[in-house]
Ligand binder design. Structure first.
Ligand SMILES: C[S@@+](CC[C@H](N)C(=O)[O-])C[C@H]1O[C@@H](n2cnc3c(N)ncnc32)[C@H](O)[C@@H]1O
Length: 321
């Protein structure tokens, strides 16, 4: 029985990057901060709670599709394989695939949030003692190679759930998908979850839950800036603002300044007027064929796709062309 669970010594997430990216983002005309910085320990815990809300249909729906079709998915992917998950978070959906994998398969979890990644790795290793589970704390957009164990010759498959691809503009998503195709090589495949366009009322509710968890998640970015960068920010100076922009097919999340104020970080001052915003996240939504055109333009063929009865969410199996 294979019980080994080992960390690959890669840790390329640098807190100096956080300071540089925040300051660069705050210097822009439309101020913005990359959404990957939501995910410190507090942000990741809040995201898990958001996934449990009635309004946030995404996790529930993707899980239902995986639960129903994961045997077919694994059959098409072929095994044994090396499942490499981009942005695993607490990996609530990963077991739905792992339960069909045989013991010579490997699962590599990649996430930028180290404390949560360590917990996730421990949980999956205990749940699947027969499968080698590896954790890599890294920014998957910066990988130079897939972090597979030395001498692993299993066929790699990228698992990229959660519609995290929607956090990138279509141009950035095309670039990331092209890079992923290069990393995985000929015949490699990717199973990717993508949220669909739908009634804006449903979308607006999903990013403005009644319990205020998405608001807390958004505001935690400011608290993280205070904690990690020593940023000076007016308490209660910003409000959460999220809405679906149908012209651009995306939910935009902002932190809107409640009054004229100044943020100070490392000796630099950023003056922000009342009503001005920091753009903190995009969540692009795609019709299935729209996403498939994007994937094709990035060097992937579409092998299969699955959706739910309401056509709220889609999962696509792509193969490098
Ligand atoms: C929307 S959550 C999805 C979590 C989980 N995959 C799911 O489906 O519920 C995005 C996850 O990706 C991670 N993440 C975001 N950007 C990342 C990056 N550039 N590199 C590595 N992890 C990243 C976050 O820490 C978070 O756990």
């Amino acid at each position: 029985m294979q019980t080994e669970s080992r960390k690959i010594p890669v840790d390329i997430v640098d807190s100096e990057d956080f300071r540089l990216d925040v300051c660069a983002g705050l210097r822009q005309r439309q101020r913005s901060i990359p959404p990957k910085y939501f995910y410190d320990a507090q942000g990741s815990a809040l995201f898990d709670q958001i996934c449990e809300t009635a309004e946030y249909y995404l996790t529930r729906t993707e899980t239902t599709i995986l639960d129903e079709h994961s045997a077919e998915m694994v059959g098409l992917i072929g095994q044994p394989c090396a499942l490499v998950e981009f942005g695993c978070g607490s990996a609530v959906k990963t077991p739905l695939l792992l339960r069909h994998l045989d013991s010579s398969s490997v699962c590599v979890l990649i996430d930028i949030c180290k404390p949560q990644l360590e917990q996730t790795e421990a949980r999956l290793a205990a749940q699947f003692p027969n499968i080698k589970i590896l954790a890599v704390c890294a920014d998957y957009t910066q990988l130079q190679a897939l972090p597979l164990p030395i001498s692993c010759d299993l066929r790699p498959v990228i698992f990229f759930p959660g519609s995290t691809i929607g956090n990138y503009t279509p141009e950035e998503a095309q670039h990331l998908l092209r890079k992923a195709a290069k990393l995985i090589g000929p015949n490699g495949s990717m199973l990717i979850g993508v949220d669909c366009k739908k009634n804006p009322t449903v979308l607006n509710a999903a990013y403005n839950d009644k319990a205020g968890l998405t608001k807390a998640f958004n505001l935690n970015l400011l608290a993280r800036m205070e904690r990690e960068l020593g940023a000076e920010i007016e308490p209660d100076g910003f409000t959460h603002y999220a809405y679906y922009n149908p012209a651009l097919g995306r939910v935009e999340m902002h932190l809107v300044s409640r009054f004229d104020q100044v943020i100070r970080i490392s000796g630099e001052e950023f003056w922000i007027g009342e009503g001005e915003s920091m753009h903190t996240e995009n969540s692009y939504k795609y019709w299935p064929d729209e996403f498939q055109d994007l994937a094709k333009s990035a060097g992937w063929d579409i092998e299969m796709f699955w959706t739910d009865a309401d056509k709220f969410f889609s999962i696509h199996l792509l193969r490098v062309s």
